[in-house]
Design a protein around this ligand. Sequence first.
Ligand code: IPM
Ligand code: MG
Length: 354
Amino acid sequence: MKIAVLPGDGIGPEIVAQAVKVMEALRSEGLQIEMEYAHIGGAGYDAAGDPLPEATLKLAQESDAVLLGAVGGYQYDNLPRPQRPEQGLLRIRKVLNLFANLRPAMVYPELVSASSLKPELVSGLDILILRELTGDIYFGQPRGIRTLENGERQGFDTMHYSESEIRRVAHVGFQSAMKRSKKLCSVDKANVLDTSMFWREIVTEVGKEYPEVELSHMYVDNAAMQLVRAPKQFDVILTGNIFGDILSDEASMLTGSIGMLPSASLDANNKGLYEPCHGSAPDIAGKNIANPLATILSVAMMMRYTFAREDIAQRIENAVRKTLQQGYRTGDIAEAGMAKIGTAEMGDAVVAAL
Ligand code: IPM
Ligand code: MG
């Protein structure tokens, strides 16, 4: 297992260090894991003047999987767009063709009361948001800021989805639904956007190949509302890049903390980039208070999807569950009166449980 480790910025290095502890524990049992580090995001800019340095891209291309922490920091906010940390992440997703972004949101029984919703609404929740990751308004051209004939300046972006882009992610959606409860909800804005109208047409067509899957469609505004009204009505949610960006942050809060949510971004051959859904949280960086569980759970997803080691994936997930059962909490998931532990201590607790 050749794994590129890209800690990135903010809390990235400290949370990735905990996931590395887990991989080292697995390696000490004989699993053949090889890890190599490289810079991305602001760290890439600092080291090589580029948020995705050539050496990092090469390492990622030569590896079976990539483990990423997070990118972004205040000190980079005023750089020209191509040098901004986020561009490193967007480019690595695009160049590696990681079009299928899996963001599972599940509620651990121990954390039910950490959710901002009533326990009965979220208890037992287990949904999968499948977000298309390499198309849509994120990458559409042309884009920019232009001056109109009347002299007024205007910002503009382009939303588009080609048929092949929709088809391939729709297949992943239906296949995921087949492995779960055979329900797929495709989220779009077909009442307003032509891109969405086309998305709906193609998803419906692909759905004919999966007669066992119950396909439904929902407008994104309604989906945003339903996610906080009755989230358990969903199983797999299939959606485009920008809607998925927004809905997955919303879904994370159902689970109590965005610090719990892992993600996998896969290409057509299950090569993948694994990262927590949360960002670099520069305000708490270096304080040993960030929650490393999303990153550790991302390693579980890596074992499941890239390496087809469901056994190891479940061991890691069970270790996380056990750690929570034992009462270990970082600040973001601690209830009033509970003892809090630090990032490194949480990593150690998971390794011990493993
Ligand atoms: C995410 C993040 C990224 C995105 C940013 C950091 C570019 O919000 O992974 O959801 O918008 O995709
Ligand atoms: Mg986001």
